[in-house]
Design a protein around this ligand. Structure first.
Ligand SMILES: NC(=O)c1ccc[n+]([C@@H]2O[C@H](COP(=O)([O-])OP(=O)(O)OC[C@H]3O[C@@H](n4cnc5c(N)ncnc54)[C@H](OP(=O)(O)O)[C@@H]3O)[C@@H](O)[C@H]2O)c1
Length: 349
């Protein structure tokens, strides 16, 4: 079966999704939504730096719905509940990387989305690398321990070259380090990690008493000039260490921690074990580090070529889920509901 796909926006992650869809013989790109006016009418391949694909980007949502795709690959900067409801109630499935894991991050929007799924007989699934695939990895790893005390995931990344100020500023980056209530902003900006905690707790069958967020910051001692014409001034936040913790019986049972730094002038100068570390503390303790590297024959010409590799691991968990999401019963589906997701159509020999 070939799955007919509509791509929703072509930003950092969206560009990589389009490339993955174009490369996969089991997927067919039939349409693309553009949020930016200057992208409307342009070939989607051109927008994504690959060969023309013969599909033009549009902001005509009705026309995209009328294409009756099997699935929308939803990668906008922010999740738009009205937009998602429109797509799902028309009977079109969604795989998303945008602020969706269990749906709880969207508050009351979650109920509207669940109703739209019922109405349209459609399914919505959200992933990414973190939150997303790495929680699945942690859940699978916990299956090796006869007694589990805590499951933790730490993402440690130097994000200097990531160009998405609009999603990073809400995490606390760029604010004077002594800004009052900065933690409140970071808690809101990183709130999707709470859904990741809920997902792991649900997989473990643990009822949490509380989900808590702890944050620590580091500042830059010099002005930092970053992609996206973004400057973080001296004395402002260039390092964020945020930990979302699921508490049961007074103990931390699940933790999702992000440690991100920018530039070489960080104070304190946090040392990061770059990549993703999954630790299941138990009998026995299981520890795995997941890192990603360029393929052996990779010839990167620009910084963007390297950035795009990192974005692949954000885009692919949603793309890989398409067949299972299309086959799933209507509603909100998480990794705890779907069968083993098979990476079909990706072997190129
Ligand atoms: N879970 C994970 O592992 C993970 C990791 C990274 C990112 N993400 C999420 O994935 C999503 C996409 O990230 P990204 O880095 O690709 O984002 P991005 O490039 O900054 O933005 C994506 C696209 O959103 C559209 N857009 C711009 N401003 C907007 C606004 N104010 N409201 C709605 N849409 C707007 C634009 O669409 P056009 O291209 O059509 O102009 C833009 O290209 C975000 O929600 C991000 O948080 C998840």
């Amino acid at each position: 079966m070939t799955y007919r796909v509509v791509q929703w926006t072509t930003g950092n992650v969206g560009k990589r999704s389009v490339r993955a869809v174009a490369l996969n013989p089991e997927l067919e790109l039939v349409g693309c939504y553009a949020w930016s006016d200057d992208k409307i009418g342009r070939d989607v391949g051109d927008l994504c730096g690959i060969e023309p694909l013969g599909v033009k980007a549009t902001n005509d949502v009705d026309a995209l719905i009328a294409l009756k795709p099997d699935c929308v690959v939803y990668n906008p900067m922010f999740a738009d509940v009205d937009e998602m409801v429109r797509i799902l109630s028309a009977g079109i499935n969604i795989v998303s990387t945008s602020e969706f894991i269990t749906g709880h991050f969207l508050g009351e929007g979650r109920d509207r989305i669940a109703e739209a799924c019922e109405q349209g007989g459609s399914t919505v699934f959200g992933s990414g690398i973190n939150p997303g695939f790495i929680q699945l990895f942690a859940i699978v790893s916990a299956g090796l321990s006869e007694q589990v005390r805590k499951v933790s995931v730490t993402e440690a990344i130097d994000t200097t070259i990531y160009n998405s100020p609009a999603t990073e500023k809400p995490m606390g980056f760029g604010y004077p380090i002594d800004t009052p209530d900065l933690k409140v902003s970071t808690e809101k900006g990183s709130g999707i990690f709470r859904d990741g905690v809920l997902l792991v707790a649900d997989a473990l069958g643990v009822e949490l008493d509380e989900v808590r967020c702890d944050v620590d910051y580091a500042q830059t001692t010099e002005d930092l000039h970053l992609p996206g014409d973004w400057t973080i001034a001296k004395g402002c936040v260039a390092g964020v260490d945020v930990a979302w913790k699921g508490i049961a019986g007074g103990k931390e049972v699940v933790e999702i921690r992000g440690r991100w730094r920018k530039g070489q002038t960080l104070q304190p100068d946090w040392k990061l074990d770059m990549g993703y570390t999954v630790e299941v503390v138990g009998t026995p303790t299981i520890k795995t580090t997941l890192s990603f590297l360029p393929p052996p024959d990779f010839v990167g010409e620009t910084l963007d070529d390297y950035i795009m590799l990192g974005l692949s691991i954000v885009a692919m968990p949603a793309i890989t889920a398409i067949p299972a999401v299309v086959a799933a019963p209507p509603g909100i589906a998480t990794y705890n509901d779907l069968p083993l997701l098979l990476p079909r159509g990706v072997v190129h020999v």
